[in-house]
Design a binder for this molecule. Structure first.
Ligand code: CP3
Length: 361
């Protein structure tokens, strides 16, 4: 299918389905991609992963990062590629040691006192992240037609949570405690990260990212007041700066777990898309987020439904499609593809979604 071009203020923007949905079009079938669509559930990813020692080496080797980004697109008819990288490259490029322990997750040198903050410096941030921008440039050359390229960053609260804790956690108690016990110091950390995230996203767009997704994966552990301060406020400032410089580049926010606060987030931050976690009812988000704020919704199939497959998976997709009726919607998961997921279930999900809207394939 040829790519339609439509004129805009700054030239022509390709009419890719993902970008059209983010501009407010209720496309049916909706555009589709999956969070963590590149990853361990694919044998070809595991093969490339085995060639490098540290996971970060994969993120910083453009040839390999391009390859794993494209792997899911060779298998499934997806509408977007997401840059292969990780949210923790930002703390790493700020000079804080980060490494990944096999089967255990990330380990970071903890940042808990004023002295620890001195380790973080924005001076060489963009220089250290050059391989990521090179990956973005190569992907834009490789991707053709209808597939949009999404860049991303972790957001300050989630990055701070990993930095303070020093590893993953279910509750991030140390970070939540520091935010309340020493808000002045915590605020310095958040400010530093907000500046780094803004510059990082700007450089991804300059390299060729056509949309960006903001990952605040641990927003849901915060009380509403804390969420306003550490999640919404930085998002408002980061997105305002991005929109001022690149008004044509849509922004999707994934503030996982904030529930009813999605309505406030979308009202206060100039977003184009809201990515919903699995627990949010799509019909509530349609009426309370999408319609009043004029944003597209993305999500929010349960990754466990995708893993288990069968008739339950098909029924969940039908229920989502019914609840998203009439609004701009991007089909996705409520969180990332689980490593145990059979790849065939992604193909089945995409086929079923298309068949619901009379698209034979
Ligand atoms: O396909 C894609 O979605 C793009 C790639 C991507 C990765 N991480 C690759 C990855 C993206 C967008 C991320 C974001 C990310 N990283 C988040 C936000 C999204 C979310 O899941 O909530 C977070 C919290 C991280 C931090 C992180 N990275 C953790 C906690 C882990 C270890 C846990 C795990 O799943 O292994 C990682 C490692 C990681 N990032 C892997 C991949 C494919 C697995 C590492 C491996 O292959 O050994």
């Amino acid at each position: 299918m040829p790519t339609a071009e439509r004129p805009t203020g700054g030239g022509t923007v390709p009419d890719k389905p993902l970008l059209r949905a983010l501009r407010g079009e209720a496309l049916r079938p909706p555009p589709v991609w999956f969070m963590r669509q590149a990853g361990r559930y694919l044998p070809e990813y595991r093969e490339v992963r085995a060639r490098v020692r540290d996971f970060l080496e994969l993120c910083y080797t453009p040839e390999l990062a391009v390859e794993v980004t494209l792997q899911p697109l060779r298998r499934f008819p997806l509408d977007a590629a997401i840059l292969f990288s990780d949210i923790l490259v930002v703390p790493h490029a700020l000079g804080n040691p980060v490494h990944f322990v096999e089967n255990e997750g990330p380990r970071l040198e903890p940042v808990r006192r004023a002295e620890d903050l001195r380790r973080l410096s924005p001076d060489r941030l963009l220089e250290r992240l050059q391989p990521v921008f090179e990956t973005v440039r190569r992907l834009r050359e490789e991707l053709s037609g209808e597939v949009a390229l999404i860049g991303f960053s972790g957001m300050p609260w989630t990055l701070a949570a990993y930095l303070v804790e020093g590893c993953g956690s279910r509750e991030f108690l140390l970070a939540r405690r520091m935010a309340r016990e020493n808000p002045a110091l915590f605020s310095r950390l958040i400010e530093l990260l907000a500046e780094a995230v803004t510059r990082y996203l700007e450089a991804q767009v300059e390299a060729g990212a056509e949309a960006v997704q903001l990952f605040d994966s641990w927003a849901g552990v915060l009380a509403p007041g804390e969420c306003a301060r550490w999640v919404l406020d930085p998002a408002r400032r980061i997105v305002a700066r991005l929109r001022a410089r690149f008004p044509e580049v849509p922004v999707i926010a994934f503030a996982r777990g904030i529930g009813a606060l999605h309505a406030r987030y979308a009202a206060e931050v100039p977003l184009q898309g809201v990515s919903l976690e699995t627990s949010v009812p799509m019909d509530w988000a349609r009426d309370s987020v999408a319609r009043p704020c004029g944003v597209a919704l993305q999500g929010n199939l349960d990754p466990v439904a995708l893993l288990v497959g069968g008739d339950g998976l098909l029924a969940e997709i039908e229920a989502l499609a019914a609840a998203a009726d009439g609004i701009p919607w991007i089909f996705n998961l409520g969180h990332g593809v689980l490593p145990e997921t059979p790849p065939g279930h992604l193909a089945r999900a995409v086929r079923h979604l298309q068949s619901l809207f009379g698209c034979a394939n």
